[in-house]
Structure formats: C-alpha cells, structure tokens
Ligand binder design. Structure first.
Ligand code: ZN
Length: 307
C-alpha cells in the first residue's frame, strides 16, 4: 500500500487539512472553520479530531499514514514542539507537539504556517530552482519565511518577523507594543484603516487596490504607502540575506500585479550593487501552508521532499 502523511494548516479562521504523498502531492483535502470561540483547549481537541479524521480518510483510500505535520500561526518553536504565542488562538507557551503525540497514533511535527509555506514554495513552487528564498505573507499580518542555502531558517521560532521592522518611527501603534511597524502601514487592515482616515469612507482592502488601479488619487496614495513600507523592509532583507527569489503571498499577494509591479519598482529603487531578487507570485496559492506541513511530516521521518 502507498504511504502518505497527514498535513494540517491551522489558521485563525479555518483549518486546512490534507494527505500528502512522498512527492509532496496533495491527495485529498478538506477545510473546516476553526472553533476558536470555544476557547484554546477546544481548538486543541478540534486539532486532534481533524488529524484523526484524516488518518481514517487515508485508511479508506488504502493509504498508510506515517506521520502528521501541523502548521500553526504565531511564534512557534519547531524544535521543541511548542507554540510560544499564538495571539489569534489565545495560546501562550503550549506544548502542542507533545499534546498531539499523546493523542494521535503517528509521530507529529509542529511547524509555523508561513515558514512551512516558504518551504513548500522552495521545494515545489516558485522557488524550486534556487537555494535562497524569502516568502512574504501579507494579509491580516505581515511576516516572512526564509529558506537559506536550502535550509529552513527558524531562529528558535522568532525569525521572519518582517512585519515588525519599524518603517515609520513614532507612527501608528502596532499590536506588538511598538510604533510604526510595517504591519501598521501594509497589513490588509492598516490599508483599509488608512483609506478611511483620509477619505472618511470605509471600504475593503481589495476595493482600495481596485480604486488605486483605476487611478483614484487617495487609494493610490494609501496603496503606495503600503508598497513603500514593504519595499523598505524587503530592501533590508535583501542586504542582509540576498534571497534569489521573493515570493509575495497571503491575502494581499492575491492582488497579483497590483502589488507585484509597484513592489518590484520600489524595491529596485532601494538597491544598487546587491544581488537583485526576482519578485514573483506564489505557485501553490493558499495551499502552501498545508503542503508545507506535509513536507514537515516527511522530514520528521527523515525523508526530505524536493523532486
Ligand atoms: Zn509591530
């Protein structure tokens, strides 16, 4: 019988689960809403249920599930299987890996949603032909996943917090306690808030993007500020890490050329002698986290996937 692993991407609003074969192909998947209104313990129990259901789904398809990979948002210490903080879920210093392994019949690997997304794009998507990848997720928050010399860089769980680089000193208050972070200018909520502040009109971030594309003056200004904040932080990352490819994903990444074109231009303005990265769209869409969780599970079994 063919082997597979269970892959789960736990987000603040939904859980994406799937079965991933040894080539990184997603064989079967489902999505359920996250039960976070019922408390942090409820989400843990739901996680056990989802993984157990996927193990059953594998068996029904004559597949042998060998391990499970679970990707979580927040500050995640992969090595020790601990979630240090996941504010969307109300989790603080929780040994999620151990909790799951005690209740699930297969070994469990815990990972970070954006980092495993970066890894999946490096292994199978837009970064598959290079060694150094920066995956930028712009949505509710802003963060990055790094693959450097073909290795996922975690920094004990703290790497990739590009959203908290200060680009507007003394600017708007950020959820992290600082002021003027990238997230206060370029997250989806920040873009909508800034537009409302300037125009007195509350519209969605997607509508701000659409109006900017049609030449709306205020929308273009707000969109430009967000892009500049991202470009400034990315330029610092390029100087420090020299990624060959920057993959722009997350909700805002879905805006395609509306974000990629101006971001390429602004980033280019910041660079002179540096190795210039390609700035591209993701190839795995919003499934990168789920597929990456699967790759993590394969790695837990000492079988790294990159065809
Ligand atoms: Zn911050």
């Amino acid at each position: 019988m063919a082997e597979c692993v269970v892959a789960v991407d736990l987000g603040g609003t939904s859980i994406k689960a799937g079965l991933v074969d040894r080539r990184g192909t997603l064989l079967h998947r489902r999505r359920v809403p996250t039960a976070r209104e019922d408390g942090d313990e409820a989400v843990l129990r739901q996680l056990v249920r989802v993984v157990t259901d996927m193990i059953d789904a594998a068996t029904e398809r004559d597949l042998v599930p060998l391990a499970a990979g679970v990707a979580v948002l927040g500050i995640v210490d992969e090595r020790h299987g601990r979630v240090i903080t996941a504010s969307n879920l109300g989790w603080r210093d929780l040994p999620v890996g151990e909790y799951l392994e005690q209740r699930i019949a297969v070994p469990v690997a815990l990972g970070h949603d954006v980092r495993v997304g970066a890894w999946a794009e490096w292994a199978l998507g837009a970064g598959r032909d290079v060694a150094d990848v920066l995956f930028l997720a712009v949505g509710t928050g802003v963060s990055a996943g790094l693959v450097l010399d073909g290795r996922l860089h975690s920094g004990g769980g703290y790497a990739g917090e590009l959203g908290h680089v200060v680009v507007a000193p003394g600017g708007r208050a950020c959820g992290c306690g600082n002021r003027g972070c990238v997230e206060t200018v370029a997250s989806a909520a920040a873009i909508a808030d800034r537009y409302a502040e300037l125009s007195g009109e509350s519209i969605s971030t997607a509508e701000v993007a659409a109006r900017a594309a049609r030449g709306g003056r205020l929308a273009a200004q707000v969109w430009g500020e967000a892009v500049e904040a991202l470009a400034t932080a990315l330029a610092a990352a390029v100087n420090l890490l020299a990624p060959e490819v920057i993959i722009v994903g997350g909700g805002l990444g879905g805006a395609g050329s509306a974000v990629l074109d101006p971001l390429r231009d602004r980033l280019s303005e910041h660079l002179t002698f540096q190795r210039r990265p390609r700035v591209v769209a993701p190839e795995l869409g919003d499934l990168a986290g789920c597929i990456g969780a699967g790759l993590l599970a394969w790695q837990r079994l000492d079988r790294q996937v990159r065809p």
